[in-house]
Design a protein around this ligand. Sequence first.
Ligand SMILES: [Zn+2]
Length: 457
Amino acid sequence: MLNGYPAAAQNAVATKATPDAYDWNNRPPDPRFKADILVVVAHPDDEIMVAAYLAREIYDHHKRVAVVFQNPGDGGNNDVGPEQAAALGAIRQIEGRTAVASLGITNVWFLSGHDTASQNSLTSLEHCGHGRCLDQLVRIVRITRPSVILTWLPDFTTGENHADHQAAGILATEAFDLAGDPTVFSEQVSPAIHPNVAMNMTEALRPWQPEKIYYVYNPTHDIFEGQGPQYSSKDISPSQHQSYGLLAAKEVSHHVTQGGGQVSEAIANHTAETASDELTDLAMQPVKFIFGKSLVPSGVTDDVFAGVVPDGVSFQRAPGYTTATYSEPTLLIGDPWAFYQKLWQAHGLEHLKTLVPLEISIHTDGVFYIPLIIENPLDHAIGVNLSAQAPEGWKVRPLALLSVPAHAEYYARVTADAPSTKLPGWQNFTVTADSAGKSLGTIPIRVELSNGWVAPQ
Ligand SMILES: [Zn+2]
């Protein structure tokens, strides 16, 4: 008797056994979903930042591309009809799918986020349900198994002042570092118990480590020099016999609720190269990347696919966050800037620290809040004086003397009312703090005044 069966019965089982369906878990992943490039952006039409590059890679280098939108763009205006809010989001999902399908991309997913009118990425992460969106995105990385992820820059700059754009970049950066870890969303990478029977509650995916991540950024000032590879949109596709920029303009013209009609007109009138509307202009601009990180040998400005190996690389743990320690009371900038400093450290992106100084866009007549953190490692409470040097025309609200408890991370802020007319150039602020005649530090931060649309701070 072996394993509880009489020898005769055991032989009968051995000779008549049908293959165990559990073995289905060993089938190779569905090749229809394999991507060389996974694009992770916030809204339908954001893909315009890379559309000319995608046209180059799809048509002339035969790369496979998949696209993820963090939300359907359900908070925007509608250029063509009365539909708004959820109805507009439903329409824009179709526009997004149609647009990228014009480049042959059919693997498109929407995460469960919603449009967030804010400049603060943390509000977008809260609004979308950060954990749920990350779960969804890690799953898509494991399904598509990309070599390269292209996404929005996870940084707070005057050019990238939409919370959802930054949040898409944060989610993509997190997914890059998590999808290869089997302890993250482990139910996704556990074999199905009865693959031939409904319903299975584990997903039978395999962990996947992407190799490279690059960022795009919608500039108000050029920060790209030496930061990553750049691709001209004026180059003519050898296979399509038109410029990559024109192919990108055609792609973005499908976003009819968002100015696509103007792009179509420019294409029809053969003026796409010189058109002044924002979308056509973006389509015709060079595609400029900011190097995020690479787990294969690659220089910062090397081609996006430099060093990429076809079978992927093994999981590489990101450095992770370590708590900063202070021996003296210290003044620091608060969130969302403070958050980014921790995020970059956690994900091995410390070079982003020096990419742009602290900056923000504020609307004329708006209110500028400068969030601050005062670290007090001492064994006793301290009195702290805050002061702010502001440019002419701004009104800083009176600042109270602060009492910061012992061993506290204390939150405070400076509030300034913006002038009612647009002043040119950077508006430079300096915030200082002192305690008992001793400086706690100085925070410089610059503001671009705008009389156009600016999301609230
Ligand atoms: Zn957008």
